[in-house]
Design a protein. Structure first.
Length: 284
């Protein structure tokens, strides 16, 4: 990395030199990010380890809601500790939000008050051997009789359906990231849901080499990248149902998110997680 001034001076001193960017948008992501997107078996093994650590984080988070937490931080710290103990590496990201989009706390423990009936969303990005892999699973604080559960259940079922529809849509070596995202948006509309994903496809990778990443309404510079065998990414629908389809307790329906890490193989796309992608009432 160099400053713009340095590059200008270098070009002036070497007028015959052609400087080529190593990272770029479009179907060809450049020699660094493009090679990081297409991973081998050893890398897949590290990513699977990170996925397992993330799922342990979700289980720990469920247990932490039963210990009478006062604030979000009472959930964040035990979840972080469990993930760190599983891999020996700090999670790349752990963002937990109460009745808000998962990333709204920006990966920090905060003092937001905890109460029953909340929807607990998160971006859990565990790290193993330097490789990150994200999972997502909104939880309901309470049991099935707690007000708000019915809306959460309906929305979680729709989000899970969107996830599995995405897996079925992927044709390895042919489908592009943009086609997948557009299919997700169209299917959400058919289900009576509003897609609230800023980024719905988020690649894994070593360090911060986490391309491609895009969503229905932004980050479309990588829509032409083909989903090829060897690629892994988190696909994470975040939706809220339209009021005509399901009504929440408040004046505005809440967002529910579910996501799992996906590996593209020669025969199709498979998920790397093992938990059930279903509604979870934490007190049951």
């Amino acid at each position: 990395m160099a400053s713009a001034t340095y590059l200008d001076n270098l070009k002036a001193a070497l007028p015959g030199i052609l400087l080529v960017p190593i990272d770029q948008w479009g179907r060809d992501a450049g020699p660094i990010d493009d090679s990081a997107m297409h991973e081998g078996p050893e890398e897949h093994a590290a990513i699977r380890q990170a996925v397992a650590a993330g799922e342990m984080g979700i289980q720990t988070l469920i247990g932490a809601t039963r210990a009478r937490p006062q604030v979000q931080a009472d959930l964040w710290f035990p979840t972080f500790e469990a993930m760190f103990a599983e891999t020996g590496e700090e999670p790349t990201r752990l963002s937990i939000a109460l009745d808000k989009p998962a990333n709204s706390t920006l990966g920090a423990p905060v003092g937001d008050p905890f109460r029953m009936g909340q929807i607990i969303s998160q971006e859990i990005d565990a790290t193993a051997q330097g490789y990150r892999a994200q999972v997502n699973h909104s939880l309901f604080a309470g049991d099935r009789a707690t007000p708000g559960f019915d809306y959460y259940r309906v929305t979680m079922e729709a989000a899970a359906q969107l996830f599995f529809e995405a897996l079925r849509f992927i044709v390895p070596g042919k489908a592009t990231c943009g086609e997948l995202v557009d299919h997700y948006a169209a299917t959400a509309e058919e289900l009576g849901a509003e897609g609230r994903s800023g980024v719905v496809l988020h690649s894994s990778g070593i360090g911060n080499l986490s391309r491609p990443r895009l969503g229905p309404a932004n980050s479309r510079g990588e829509q032409d990248i083909v989903l090829a065998p060897g690629m892994t990414f988190d696909f994470k629908p975040a939706i809220r149902m339209k009021r005509s389809a399901a009504e929440d307790l408040g004046r505005q329906n809440r967002v529910v998110q579910v996501g799992d890490h996906v590996l593209v193989t020669e025969g199709g796309a498979v998920r790397l997680g093992s938990r059930e992608l279903v509604s979870i009432a934490t007190l049951e």
